[in-house]
Design a protein around this ligand. Structure first.
Ligand SMILES: Cc1ncc(COP(=O)(O)O)c(C=O)c1O
Length: 425
């Protein structure tokens, strides 16, 4: 099937919920993907921070085929070994006792955190007559596209047309501890934060902000919940994104998705083993708040998904990819900072945002943001990247990326920006 025919299928049959680039991808291997005309691209988007092991990795293919032959799905009416093993591995990654709930996507993993917070507010011994239910989130945050996800997200554009939203979220300025201190009310029960904002433009929290949030949560009995969907599981140069910012902070709940399955859909939420007193005076654990009947999803933690995830995490570990993310990421950030046209470079490890300087605003054609125009040009020149806001371009290569790929990407970025700048000026 040709490129125009594929596009025609989408025009006729696929709901137009995505602004797609003019590219039909056909296959991938390692850090590279090919379109249906045979043109090769370096994939520095990795399916938006998903394909940690790149494309066609033998460890993923082997796990899919081994577990596929053995048992793909059972439902959560029964126990399966891979789900138990993966839960143990995730608890070890956090490094604090707790338990894990499995879902299928990032939005669903966050839904589990949101329900945990509401149920905790409902169950805990109350200081006032009403239950606490409000969750503080931050401006420019992104927490998914379900109704709870867009209600939690601190960006107006995702909410337009979907009123009434879910009540009980308060958005405060990111990295502003004073605003949080003033914003906590009698109804507040939790704080949900991306330790490094992804969609909002790669904005890392400051160490003072994360440690301050932990202190405020302890003072007020609030849950501190980290959305690690984009920044978690190795990309930042640490298994836990927040530990690249404030290693000593222990959260009460964490959500993951994206890299956890290396491309196979999976989400997960960790709840801390932390005691609290319930309304009837009994002692209970936060990780046991969601009981049978409180939360579920048919596909959550299938043997297939969990086996693939274990293979991904094993491979990241045995190949030293977390350490490699830190070192290659630092190299990439340094080199990017020297390229004319880039005004700032932010991020940790291989979660990198490069900000275009204001000259690039002249590229906007009214329909597309400057970042989208540049991402399109980079694509034409053989490099896939992802925009984040008007002027930020994300570089999120697979964690298996090598220095030669990074050098090649830098060359494409340099040449592309140079030619765009000369067309503007
Ligand atoms: C920080 C963060 N939270 C939640 C989500 C939603 O994840 P999903 O698209 O898998 O529902 C995303 C997706 O980009 C994300 O980056």
């Amino acid at each position: 099937m040709s490129h125009p025919e594929t596009k025609q299928l989408f025009a006729e049959y696929v709901a137009p919920t995505y602004g797609r680039y003019d590219l039909v991808l056909e296959r991938g291997e390692g850090v590279r993907v090919w379109d249906e005309r045979g043109k090769c691209y370096l994939d520095f988007g990795a399916g938006i921070a998903v394909s940690a092991l790149g494309h066609g990795h033998p460890a993923i293919v082997e796990a899919l085929s081994r577990q596929g032959r053995r048992l793909i799905h059972t439902s959560n009416l029964y126990f399966t070994r891979p789900q138990g093993e993966l839960a143990k591995r995730l608890v070890e990654i956090v490094g604090t006792p707790g338990k894990v709930f499995f879902a299928n996507s990032g939005a669903e993993a966050n839904e589990a955190l949101i329900k945990l917070a509401k149920k905790y507010g409902n169950d805990e011994k109350r200081k006032s007559a009403t239950a606490r239910f409000e969750i503080i989130t931050f401006e420019q945050s992104f927490h998914g596209r379900t109704m709870a996800g867009i209600s939690a997200t601190g960006q107006e554009k995702v909410k337009l047309g979907f009123a009434p939203l879910l009540p009980g979220f308060r958005h405060l300025p990111f990295n502003d501890l004073g605003a949080v201190e003033r914003g906590i009310s009698e109804e507040t029960v939790a704080i949900l934060v991306e330790p490094i904002q992804g969609e909002g433009g790669i904005n890392p929290a400051t160490p003072e902000f994360l440690t301050g949030l932990r202190r405020l949560c302890d003072q007020h009995g609030l849950l501190l919940m980290f959305d690690e969907i984009q920044c978690g599981l190795g990309r930042t140069g640490n298994w836990c994104g927040w530990k690249t910012v404030a290693p000593e902070v222990v959260p009460d709940a964490v959500s993951w998705a994206k890299a956890i399955g290396g491309g196979f859909p999976l989400g997960a939420a960790w709840f801390r083993a932390k005691s609290f007193t319930r309304q009837d005076g009994s002692e209970w654990q936060l990780c046991d708040v969601l009981q049978p009947g409180n939360h579920a999803t048919t596909y959550g933690g299938t043997p297939l998904a969990c086996s693939v995830s274990l293979a991904v995490l094993d491979t990241v570990l045995s190949n030293g990819l977390v350490e490699k993310s830190a070192s290659l990421g630092a190299f990439l950030v340094n080199e990017l900072a020297a390229i004319p046209g880039i005004s700032a470079v932010r991020g940790k490890g291989l979660l990198i945002g490069m900000e275009l300087d204001s000259q690039f605003d002249n590229l906007s054609d009214g329909k597309r943001l400057p970042s989208q125009v540049v991402v399109n040009k980079l694509m034409e020149n053989g490099l896939l990247t992802v925009p984040a806001g008007p002027r930020v371009i994300r570089l999120l290569p697979p964690l298996i990326v090598e220095e030669e790929h990074v050098q090649q990407a830098l060359e494409i970025i340099q040449l592309t920006l140079r030619s765009l700048l000369s067309s503007i000026g």
